[in-house]
Design a binder for this molecule. Structure first.
Ligand SMILES: Cc1cc2nc3c(=O)[nH]c(=O)nc-3n(C[C@H](O)[C@H](O)[C@H](O)COP(=O)(O)O)c2cc1C
Length: 414
């Protein structure tokens, strides 16, 4: 076990005290809030997206809706919030304040222009205010200003053009924040690189429509009788975020450092993003749910994991899982296995039997007297659905069968 681990990371040439960042959103809306977050342990912040004051942003009311599932609160969050609704000047003052009082913490100003000129003005203003780096928001899926947000992220030529515009007025590292509402994120990522981006952040919220009120038929959030397709975030989108980070990390031609976002609440979530190629990770919904304090457990959990495995630096973990992400056509289907049952620990609930009949290979018989399943190995599909519904942890596991073993293919009636 190592005595001390180093959580600091270098992202786009900038050194962060640790990889944990607030993502651009209401959790990073002012110096007062961010100062408390830094005190709690966050290493950096993507400051709430700045706009010029030319088109004032008035947010719909209410602007969020929390989605629960099966007794668990906030597995997803639906929001129609856009960029900052504070003025540009107070925001720039706040950035300057943060850099003066927290020089070792990293402030990445997020910006969004509504014209080429505005991209240049904002990049310059945020640079002059003392930001360490800039995040270009090409990804909000519900902007009310025509042709902005994810509309830019879905048009590779615009991604390149606005990145170039920012590149021309600042020497700061530029990170393009991309939208998951595309088929292949590598295309806008390559466009950002061509425009001069130094890194990629992914993902912004997923365009979704999470709930409809059954009494008045209005999708949530209900903005005085109207719903909308808008941004969905939180634990439910983690697989989508991991997918995009893995795809970007596998793209050798891209070769840019990545900041992973989407459904991160714990050190395990964060580490999965890191293993798939992210150097920093960013969080919003986890903070909305539990507050800034969650970073304490993230720091402790990651430190313990590294100490136990004698891993001295976070950099040694970045991308470690990428080589294990393959095309499904690469799988060795000559190797096969089945479900293995440890019946000494069985509680006799019968859920394995039901699921195997209704959704598996009908490979289980049920001894009603003893309340135990009996597996016909040759019929087992190794889908493992029985293990997902079994209430006893690791009672049902996977075992490989010898090469000579054959699965029975025909399913007959009667
Ligand atoms: C209420 C709300 C407002 C957000 N505002 C912004 C924003 O201004 N700029 C931006 O780049 N992303 C914005 N986001 C997206 C988040 O930064 C983040 O990419 C997304 O929520 C996924 O992360 P999460 O699952 O940790 O929330 C916002 C998200 C939420 C929920």
């Amino acid at each position: 076990m190592l005595k001390k681990v180093d959580l600091s990371v270098k992202f786009c040439g900038v050194t962060f005290p640790n990889p944990f960042m607030l993502s651009s959103s209401p959790v990073s809306n002012s110096a007062e809030m961010i100062a408390r977050a830094f005190d709690a342990g966050w290493g950096g912040v993507a400051y709430k997206t700045l706009v010029t004051d030319r088109i004032p942003i008035t947010h719909p009311s209410p602007r969020m809706h929390g989605c629960n599932y099966d007794g668990k609160r906030l597995v997803g969050l639906q929001n129609v919030e856009q960029t900052t609704d504070r003025g540009l000047k107070p925001n720039l003052r706040d950035i300057a304040y943060l850099k003066k009082h927290y020089p070792k913490h990293i402030v990445m100003a997020s910006i969004m222009g509504f014209s080429n000129r505005e991209w240049a003005d904002l990049a310059k203003a945020a640079t002059d205010a003392g930001s360490d780096m800039l995040e270009l928001n090409f990804s909000c899926p519900h902007m009310a200003v025509e042709g902005s947000g994810a509309k830019v992220g879905q048009a590779n030529d615009l991604v390149r053009k606005f990145t170039e515009t920012a590149r021309n007025v600042t020497k700061l590292p530029l990170v393009a924040k991309l939208t998951p509402n595309v088929t292949d994120m590598n295309e806008p990522a390559m466009a950002a690189k061509a425009g001069g981006a130094d890194g990629i952040s992914a993902i912004n919220t997923v365009a979704g429509l999470s709930e409809v009120n059954l009494d008045n038929f209005i999708p949530q959030p209900d903005v005085f009788g109207k719903g909308s397709i808008s941004g969905y975030s939180g634990p439910a989108i983690k697989p989508i975020g991991l997918r995009f980070i893995a795809q970007l990390a596998k793209n050798k031609e891209l070769g840019l450092p990545l900041s992973g976002i989407g459904g991160i609440e714990t050190w395990v979530d964060a580490l999965e993003y890191i293993l798939l190629g992210a150097t920093t990770v960013q969080v919003t919904t986890g903070v909305i749910h539990y507050g800034y304090g969650i970073v304490g457990e993230m720091i402790e959990g990651l430190s313990d994991y590294m100490a136990q495995r004698k891993i001295a630096r976070v950099a040694d973990l970045v991308g470690k899982a990428v080589k294990n992400v393959h095309e499904t056509s690469d799988f060795n289907v000559r190797r096969q296995g089945i479900a293995r049952y440890d019946l000494d620990r069985c509680v006799g609930c019968g859920q394995c039997y039901t699921v195997c009949r209704d959704a598996g290979g009908s490979a289980l018989d049920w001894n009603a007297k003893k309340r135990r399943p009996a597996l016909t190995e040759a019929k087992c599909l190794s889908c493992m659905v029985c293990s997902f519904v079994c209430p006893v942890e690791r009672l049902i596991t996977f075992k490989e069968m010898p090469k000579t073993w054959k699965r029975r293919k025909t399913v007959t009636l009667g």
